[in-house]
Write a new protein. Structure first.
Length: 412
C-alpha cells in the first residue's frame, strides 16, 4: 500500500511538472511571436531608408552551415543577389562550429542568439518580405567554380594553426590529407535520447573508418600525414604503429582545428558526412567515397573525385546497374527504411576502392596521373545517366577512373 502511495505521488508530480513545462513553453512562444510583430513593425518603418533582409543561418548541421551560407556569399560575388539598397543581416543560434561562424561574421553581419533565431523562423517574420532563406540544392556548380573563397584566417589564427600542426608532429614543410567517415555517434550525442531514433534514417550514409586505413598508409608512404577528422566518433583508430597517421578526432579535436586543417590539407578523403563540403569553400580538392545511391550529392568543383556505393538487389541476387538506380525510385530515396523496403542493400566501397581513389587524387595533384581514351568514354557514359532534373546534373567532378574500369558491367 505504501509503495502504491509513493507511485501515485510520483505520477502526480510528473504530471504537475509536465503541465508547468507546457505552460512555460506556451508563454515563451507567445512572447516570441509578439516580439516578431514588433520587429516586423520596425522593419516596415525603416524600409524607405534601408531595406533589411534577415537571413536564417542554418547553424545546427555543419554541411548546411558551410554550403548554404557560403553559397549566398558567392552569389553576392556574382551579383546574383540583390545588393543595391539592401542590407543583409544573418541570424544564428549556437552553431555546430563556432570558428566557422566567426569567419562568416567577417563577411556578413550576423546576430548570434538562439531566441532571435527562433523569432526569425516563426510567424510573422518568416512569411514577410524581409525574410530570405538560404537554400543549397548541391548542384550550384557554377557558383563554386567561378568565384573566390570568401573566408580567411587572421594572422593570429595562422599562428594558432601552425601551433596545432606542431603539436601533432607536423612541421611547416610537410603536407597532409584529412580523412573521415560518417557514423551515428555525432547525432546520438548531440540530440536527446527521444530524438535519436528519428535520425536513424541517415544510417544508409554511414561507412567504416577502418576501410580508409589502406589509403592512410599510402598517403604516409608518399611522405604525407593522414589526419582522421570527426567531431564525435564511434571508435578510435586501431594502433597502427605509424606516427604519420594521426587520430585528431579523439586526441586533438577543436572547432578551430576542424576548419584550419580542412583549409590547409592537400586534399580531403571522406564520405557524405556534412563535413565533406568544408574543404570545398577553401577550394581544397576532395576525393569522396561511399556517395549514396541517390547520386544527388556530388562534389562541387572541377578536379574533385568521387565514387558511389553500389546497390545489391536481394531479389535478383546481383548489383543493380547505375541506369536502373537512376531511372527508378531508388534514385530519390533518402531514408534507410526506403532501401530496406525496396529489398536492396547499399554496399560500402572496399578498402581497395578507397585506396585507388586516394592514389588517383594524389597523382593528379602531382601531375602524374594519366587517363586513356577509354577512360574518358567511361566518364561520359556515367555522366550521361544524369538528367537535367537530377541534383548531380552538370557536376564537373570526375568519377574514380579505376572504379569505372572495374564496374563497366554496371554502366550498361
Amino acid at each position: 500500500m505504501q509503495d502504491d502511495h509513493f507511485i501515485q505521488k510520483g505520477t502526480k508530480m510528473k504530471l504537475i511538472i509536465k503541465v508547468m513545462r507546457d505552460k512555460y513553453w506556451s508563454l515563451y512562444f507567445a512572447a516570441l511571436k509578439l516580439l516578431g510583430f514588433i520587429i516586423l513593425f520596425f522593419l516596415y518603418i525603416v524600409k524607405p531608408f534601408k531595406f533589411i533582409k534577415l537571413l536564417p543561418i542554418i547553424h545546427t548541421r555543419i554541411g548546411h552551415l558551410v554550403n548554404n551560407t557560403d553559397l549566398f556569399l558567392r552569389r553576392l560575388q556574382l551579383k546574383r543577389r540583390e545588393k543595391e539598397g539592401i542590407f543583409y543581416l544573418g541570424v544564428s543560434g549556437k552553431p555546430v562550429n563556432q570558428q566557422l561562424l566567426t569567419m562568416f561574421k567577417r563577411k556578413l553581419p550576423i546576430i548570434q542568439n538562439d531566441h532571435v533565431h527562433r523569432i526569425l523562423n516563426s510567424s510573422p517574420l518568416n512569411k514577410s518580405p524581409f525574410y530570405e532563406p538560404l537554400p543549397c540544392m548541391t548542384n550550384e556548380y557554377y557558383e563554386f567554380n567561378n568565384t573566390e573563397p570568401n573566408l580567411y584566417f587572421t594572422a593570429s589564427e595562422e599562428k594558432k594553426g601552425k601551433k596545432l600542426l606542431k603539436k601533432m608532429g607536423i612541421n611547416d614543410n610537410s603536407w597532409f590529407v584529412c580523412f573521415h567517415s560518417r557514423d551515428s555517434a555525432y547525432l546520438e550525442k548531440e540530440h536527446s535520447s527521444s530524438d535519436r531514433e528519428k535520425w536513424r534514417y541517415h544510417d544508409y550514409r554511414d561507412s567504416d573508418i577502418e576501410n580508409y586505413l589502406k589509403a592512410a598508409e599510402y598517403i604516409t608512404s608518399q611522405g604525407g600525414y593522414a589526419i582522421r577528422i570527426g567531431k564525435v566518433v564511434n571508435k578510435k583508430l586501431p594502433d597502427l604503429n605509424n606516427p604519420q597517421i594521426i587520430d585528431y578526432a579523439t586526441k586533438y579535436r577543436s572547432d578551430f582545428g576542424d576548419i584550419y586543417l580542412h583549409a590547409k590539407c592537400k586534399f580531403s578523403l571522406g564520405d557524405t558526412a556534412g563535413i565533406w563540403s568544408l574543404p570545398t569553400i577553401f577550394h581544397v580538392p576532395v576525393a569522396e567515397v561511399n556517395f549514396t545511391a541517390t547520386f544527388q550529392h556530388t562534389p562541387l568543383r572541377k578536379g574533385d573525385l568521387f565514387i558511389p556505393k553500389k546497390v545489391w538487389s536481394i531479389k535478383d541476387n546481383r548489383f543493380l546497374t547505375f541506369r536502373e538506380i537512376m531511372e527508378s525510385k531508388l534514385g530519390t530515396f533518402q531514408r534507410s527504411q526506403d532501401f530496406a523496403e525496396a529489398g536492396v542493400v547499399l554496399v560500402e566501397n572496399t578498402a581497395d576502392e578507397i585506396l585507388d581513389l586516394a592514389k588517383e587524387m594524389n597523382q593528379r595533384l602531382d601531375g602524374k596521373f594519366k587517363t586513356a581514351k577509354e577512360d574518358e568514354e567511361l566518364q561520359n557514359k556515367f555522366r550521361s545517366l544524369y538528367k537535367p532534373h537530377y541534383w548531380g546534373y552538370g557536376s564537373p567532378a570526375r568519377t574514380g577512373t579505376k572504379f569505372l574500369r572495374q564496374n563497366q558491367e554496371l554502366l550498361i
